[in-house]
Design a binder for this molecule. Structure first.
Ligand code: SRM
Ligand code: SF4
Length: 582
């Protein structure tokens, strides 16, 4: 079978250069060429257009209202107050007055027009962030548990996240040449470079080679008992194994997770990662590189829909995959160690750590930081950043931790939280606090239905049912995406809505509360407006008949609403058409 079109684009791109520079210079259009649009993804940049006004512009014979989304790579989601202020200024000067906190601990800007792209990227780099490899067929932003309570452990996992991110960054000089105008074509500098597994003779890209990976690749680090990074949804994961409170003795390495699928194509499915083995902290980066290389050489380069690591492992089998990894490493991984996850959510509000410092986790609905008259969130966080001496941490649930506030600084920060109405953001219903929606319309080119503009209202309606059933304080994870790509990880939410068409969603139920079991289709293509009525009897049944401590996702499986999904490859099996009242 022929290689996919993207493979040809990478091949001809001269290590991700393409004709991006020429495209930027062309002022006759707000867009870039089709091939360059694929290449800019590796530089953290997506071309989009405002879908709310697409039709109107077509009628007027105008080209779509093109602009660009820029994703900033933030390893471990940690930002200094100075960097926050830079992001805030960039949002106001070059984007749409909003900072978007993503489901992978990154910042995004929307609405940057072509003529402002270079300036914006340069300013992001001046802020000591970059956008290289925030997207594209490479290892992306490396996430880690943001928990400020265990400061030593957090320091260790953040260091590992940064080392992996750095080590697996593409080395091409294209990024500097195109965006930073330094004229040197300087290669991306790496500060951490352990001995390489020397199997590829490509000085420009020693790990990836000129064809990079077959598909995107995502890495995370979790610290049990919190699975707040949703480790099972990612290609490569590290589960920290602790001795005592703060000594990491090593990591269980996980591989083969992913959410994306295509409606109507059962060869595509969400899949949970599996544990490959255990490695020491010193081995962790090399193990990551070996996993990347095995995927590079064995991933499907013909069918992009089946190119993620999860399908490579399905095809090869976990044991054969492990053998290839161990061959590259030259040693065997140890047997996995015991661990347990309790949940995949964030802990909101104030916490005090053992050193007496304070941390405030702020609920940011769907990660959207912007001002309204009623809720001046962007301004409030700017004011806090102006006086904050600790750091900010983006969580994988699109929330924000204002971390490391000294007892002396707490009153001033508290005052700002109060003045800008953030102090009680976490006093909302447990359902809302455990809700998450992807961006979707109007910017996402792949959206089939609304998501972040719709879920808040839907949660309000479902909240009425929860309230009546006495469940206001019962946490149930609920997530929505505008298409089956799964950017808000809906298939590991206890209630998941996945867009099919305008106003229509597949409803999935039965995932594990700790993000450790996939859901199952309960009702296909329902109207969003019918969802409360469909869920009402199930929620009432749960309130009445649940066992002590039983989670909603477990209950719907036990009560027979959906069959348990034991493995990703069975995700589409055992769907039983429900008798719906609507
Ligand atoms: Fe995503 C594509 C937004 C996390 C699976 N995702 C997109 C694009 C870039 C659409 C596109 O290709 O044109 C979306 C841009 C929308 C916009 O206007 O901003 C988009 N994805 C997002 C974000 C911003 C959602 C959010 O609301 O936070 C998240 C950015 C994360 C980051 O900082 O890097 C985001 N995307 C995810 C996740 C969650 C995760 O990784 O934990 C997933 C599921 C996990 C996985 O990768 O399997 C995810 N996005 C996808 C896919 C499906 C991939 C697949 O294997 O099939 C696509 C489509 C694609 O790659 O072709 C996609
Ligand atoms: Fe866009 Fe689909 Fe991702 Fe939502 S899930 S941001 S609609 S690609």
């Amino acid at each position: 079978m022929a290689k996919s079109a993207n493979e040809g684009i990478k091949d001809a791109s001269n290590y991700l250069r393409g004709t991006i520079l020429e495209g930027l210079a062309n002022s006759a259009t707000g867009s870039l060429s089709k091939d360059d649009q694929q290449l800019t993804k590796f530089h953290g940049i997506y071309q989009q257009d405002d879908r709310d006004i697409r039709k109107e512009r077509r009628k007027k014979k105008l080209e779509p209202a093109y602009s660009f989304m820029i994703r900033v790579r933030v390893p471990g989601g940690v930002s200094t107050p100075a960097q926050w202020l830079d992001m805030d200024r960039i949002a106001q000067e070059h984007a749409n007055n909003a900072i978007k906190l993503t489901t992978r601990q990154a910042f995004q800007f929307h609405g940057v027009i072509k003529s402002n792209l270079k300036k914006t990227i340069a300013e992001i780099n001046e802020a000591l962030f970059d956008t290289l490899a925030a997207c594209g067929d490479v290892n992306r932003n490396v996430m880690c548990n943001p928990n400020p309570m265990q400061s030593k452990v957090h320091g260790d996992v953040l260091k590992l996240a940064t080392e992996i991110s750095d080590h697996l960054s593409p080395r091409t000089g294209a990024y500097h040449e195109i965006w930073l105008d330094d004229g040197t074509g300087e290669k991306v500098k790496v500060t951490y470079d352990p001995p390489k597994i020397d199997d590829i003779a490509d000085p420009e890209e020693p790990i990836y080679g000129k064809h990079y990976l077959p598909r995107k690749f995502k890495t995370v680090i979790a610290v049990p008992p919190s699975n707040d990074v949703d480790i099972y949804a990612h290609d490569l994961g590290y589960i920290a194994i602790l001795e005592g409170d703060d000594k990491i003795v090593g990591y269980n390495v996980t591989v083969g997770g992913g959410m994306g699928m295509t409606h109507g194509n059962e060869d595509t499915f969400p899949r949970l990662a599996e544990v490959l083995g255990f490695c020491t902290p010193e081995q962790a980066v090399a193990v990551g590189e070996a996993v990347v290389r095995v995927q590079r050489d064995n991933g499907n380069r013909e069918v992009r829909a089946n190119a993620r690591l999860k399908y490579t492992i399905e095809r090869m089998g976990l044991d054969a995959f492990r053998e290839e990894v161990e061959k590259l490493l030259g040693y065997k991984l140890e047997k996995p160690r015991e661990f347990k996850f309790d949940d995949n959510g964030d802990r909101y509000g104030w916490i005090e750590d053992h050193k007496g410092n304070f941390h405030f986790t702020l609920f940011v609905e769907n990660g959207r930081v912007y001002d309204t008259d009623a809720y001046p969130l962007l301004t409030g966080l700017r004011k806090i950043a102006e006086i904050h001496k600790g750091d900010f941490r983006l969580t994988a649930n699109q929330n924000l931790i204002i971390a490391n506030i000294s007892p002396k600084a707490k009153p001033a920060i508290t005052k700002l939280l109060e003045e800008h109405k953030m102090i009680d953001a976490h006093e909302r219903s447990a359902l809302r606090l455990n809700s998450m929606a992807c961006v979707s319309l109007p910017t996402c080119g792949l959206a089939l239905a609304e998501s972040q503009r719709y879920l808040p209202d839907l949660v309000s309606e479902i909240d009425e049912i929860m309230e009546e059933a006495g469940l206001r304080h019962d946490a149930i994870t609920i997530r929505m995406t505008g298409c089956p790509n799964g950017c808000a990880r809906p298939y590991i939410a206890e209630i998941g809505f996945v867009g099919r068409a305008p106003g229509k969603y597949n409803l999935y139920l039965g995932a594990g509360f700790a993000g450790d079991r996939l859901s199952k289709l309960y009702a296909p293509s329902i109207k969003g407006t019918d969802a409360p009525a469909i869920l009402k009897p199930i929620i009432q049944d749960y309130a009445k008949n649940r066992e002590d401590g039983e989670r909603f996702g477990d209950f719907v499986v036990r009560a027979g609403y959906v069959k348990e999904t034991e493995h990703g490859r069975d995700f589409h099996k055992d769907f039983v058409e429900p008798q719906l009242a609507v």
